[in-house]
Design a binder for this molecule. Structure first.
Ligand code: ZN
Length: 298
């Protein structure tokens, strides 16, 4: 049992959702992971800061590494580099960081660089970029396509080498990392004094409300933390607290732009929702499905 909130240390944790495990696709390659299929785990929410986390973590050694040991095809990785569905998000991050980080030379570290599309866009925008990507295949692809250094070590190891960057970016990464304060504290050591961090995560409570609303009107099953892929469920307040506790100041948390399909009704609906969710105070409503935080290291 985890009896304290990972962000604020609060002990008033209430159950709100029971998530299933399903690893049937691992039946041949990882029997110990497969054995979790059919089990369930409770998510609990902290009454003090609104953060959601699992009531306990799987006992299986290297559970998360094993779950993410996907064997992606070269074609799929290349398609992830070319896909532009996150460019609206990436452009907003680069625009904001450019205002915050002094010019010449602007250095940026993308943690969880995946196939390297954000590195590529940041280069085109004038940044000197490096990445961290633990998956060897996506790391190799990102390095090859961008010519950038893509480290296959964790943030703590890179910080121990004395590396510092003007901007450090985590997009759709922090929700996957158990005990996220340890990573954020390592990241603080990677940021130059006066530099900035940009963090995008799903808004835990808004996603929960959206999932339940869909389930109420359709055959949709509430899918919030299946297999604990999303192990952290941030609220605007707990995201700000996490950054402050890691040593950052001047934290702002706003509604993050959505992923956008090329065209059609879904694109228009997402833009309209984002517009409404960007109005003052709307980050605290269920319309804010994703959160984008910025903060400075003093
Ligand atoms: Zn808390």
């Amino acid at each position: 049992m985890i009896d304290r909130c990972w962000i604020c240390g609060g002990a008033d944790l209430a159950r709100f959702h029971e998530a299933p495990f399903d690893f049937h696709q691992f039946a041949d390659e990882d029997r110990d992971l497969y054995a979790y299929t059919g089990r369930r785990v409770w998510l609990v929410r902290c009454a003090t800061c609104g953060f959601g986390q699992p009531e306990e973590l799987p006992a299986l050694e290297r559970f998360f590494d094993r779950m993410y040991a996907q064997r992606w095809s070269d074609e799929w990785i290349a398609s992830e580099f070319d896909a532009d569905y996150k460019d609206f998000i990436f452009a907003a991050i680069l625009r904001t960081l450019k205002r915050r980080v002094p010019p010449a030379p602007r250095t940026l570290l993308d943690i969880g660089a995946h196939a390297g599309r954000f590195l590529h866009l940041a280069q085109a925008d004038g940044w000197t970029v490096e990445g961290i990507e633990l998956n060897p295949r996506t790391a190799a692809f990102a390095a090859k396509r961008t010519g950038a250094l893509v480290h296959q070590v964790n943030a703590h190891a890179l910080a121990s080498d004395g590396r510092r960057f003007g901007a450090v970016v985590l997009t759709d990464v922090l929700e996957h990392i158990p005990e996220p304060m340890r990573l954020l504290e390592s990241i603080a050591a990677l940021v130059e004094p006066g530099g900035s961090i940009a963090v995008k995560v799903p808004n835990g409570r808004a996603q929960w409300i959206k999932e339940r609303a869909l389930a109420a009107v359709s055959a949709h099953r509430v899918s919030l933390a299946d297999n604990l892929v999303h192990v952290n469920h941030f609220s605007p307040r707990s995201l700000a607290l996490a950054l402050e506790h890691a040593g950052f100041s001047g934290v702002t948390v706003r509604t993050a732009p959505p992923e956008l399909p090329q065209r059609g009704l879904s694109r228009a609906a997402r833009l309209a929702t984002f517009g409404a969710a960007s109005l003052p105070g709307a980050v605290h409503t269920p319309l804010a499905l994703n959160l984008q935080a910025y903060a400075t290291l003093a």
